[in-house]
Design a protein around this ligand. Sequence first.
Ligand SMILES: Cc1cc2nc3c(=O)[nH]c(=O)nc-3n(C[C@H](O)[C@H](O)[C@H](O)COP(=O)(O)O)c2cc1C
Length: 185
Amino acid sequence: MSIVALAGSPSANSRSTVLLHHVLNRLDPDVERSEIVLRDLPAAALVRAKANDPLIRRAREQVAEARLVVIATPIYKASYSGLLKTFLDLLPQDALRDKTVLVLGTGGSPAHLLALDYALRPVLAALGARHILDSIYAVDTQFAPHAIHGHVAHDEIVERIERALADGPIALRPPVDARVIALAA
Ligand SMILES: Cc1cc2nc3c(=O)[nH]c(=O)nc-3n(C[C@H](O)[C@H](O)[C@H](O)COP(=O)(O)O)c2cc1C
């Protein structure tokens, strides 16, 4: 079992990435994992769709090797981030076939709760994903500021992530205090 985590926010101090790190820190230490910070990929290669750029090629391989793909994105203009789209556009057509996918989204407004379902889910399906776990959507008010990590998610979000992970194919750490694990990132 290996896991790839895609951080789809252009922002360095990102709430959606906090959720992503929470998931990574809940995994059993023996689970192989890698994180791709999409904003750190070469911008020119992303916008010019250069799939053969060495860093893009490596990122594509990491996705190909993973059994679980965890995607974190902010909601931008009632959809997922354009940064994430530039990367998804560089994946092969069946890149997510036989993989489980978990989507984590954050937005300023509860009105865009369904954006992940109507905007991102069809794209994941087009990439072959057939097992998509219930997505997690959190609004900015469900985070508190944190001196080291920038943000920390409220307990209700942490509990929703726990429930989503329980439905997945992933070995987790024993269930100690999940918030403590999240802050250990
Ligand atoms: C360019 C831009 C567009 C945004 N559009 C929306 C939107 O349409 N709906 C919404 O709920 N929040 C919107 N937001 C707010 C972000 O989704 C929200 O602050 C989110 O938590 C940011 O995630 P991040 O910290 O991981 O980047 C927008 C923010 C930016 C910067």
